[in-house]
Design a protein around this ligand. Structure first.
Ligand SMILES: [Zn+2]
Length: 113
């Protein structure tokens, strides 16, 4: 059992550890279990309302995935494409900017005059 819904949502319990207690269940398993248990807030059991339960469970999973996609797409990172500032050695950097021999540059290639 991965989760338990008590009294239509009074408490939802999720098992995070693996059955062997050698680690944690994956985020995807825990997320799906949470959606499953949340659907039980509306539709208890898996019997006569099974189709409605499955429909709500699927809707909750779709909404969570859409939310995660939106959050991921709206997140800005400084190195998202792997294109980062990686300075050349000071003398090469200085020559690249028209300073033969690196005169007037510091140890990191920045002009210090
Ligand atoms: Zn269930």
């Amino acid at each position: 059992m991965n989760g338990l819904n008590e009294n239509a949502g009074e408490a939802i319990k999720l098992r995070l550890r693996t059955d062997q207690y050698d680690g944690f269940k994956s985020y995807t398993v825990v997320r799906r279990t949470l959606c499953h248990e949340l659907a039980h807030n509306v539709w208890g059991g898996h019997g006569k309302n099974r189709a409605k339960f499955k429909e709500l469970n699927s809707e909750l999973n779709r909404e969570v995935l859409e939310l995660e996609r939106r959050v991921r797409d709206a997140t800005h990172t400084l190195a998202s494409d792997g294109n980062v500032y990686d300075p050349l050695p000071p003398d090469v950097e200085a020559q690249a900017h028209g300073c033969p021999g690196g005169i007037g540059t510091g140890s990191r290639g920045w002009r210090i005059s």
